[in-house]
Design a protein around this ligand. Structure first.
Ligand code: TRP
Length: 75
């Protein structure tokens, strides 16, 4: 993804089970958790990378769509 697109592109995360965690990590020298969003089965989160968020860690079974394609962390 080009840097210029990080405020326009969205990632779509669909939870396949209850209790999925979508964790935002800070941009800059320190890489820390700054937000945890909990999703239950079939809930969808649509999110962007921002000046505050450089990475997202996802715990739990989901389907994820990004500009890099669709992937699942389900077995
Ligand atoms: N306040 C956060 C931000 O602007 C909100 C956010 C954006 C976020 N993208 C995220 C939180 C991804 C968790 C995961 O950066």
């Amino acid at each position: 993804m080009k840097e210029a697109n990080f405020k326009t592109d969205f990632i779509v995360i669909k939870a396949l089970e209850d209790g999925v965690n979508v964790i935002g990590l800070t941009r800059g020298t320190d890489t820390k958790f700054h937000h945890t969003e909990k999703l239950d089965k079939d809930e969808i989160m649509i999110a962007q990378f921002t000046e505050h968020t450089s990475a997202v860690k996802i715990r739990g079974k989901t389907v994820i769509q990004t500009s890099n394609g669709e992937m699942s962390n389900e077995n």
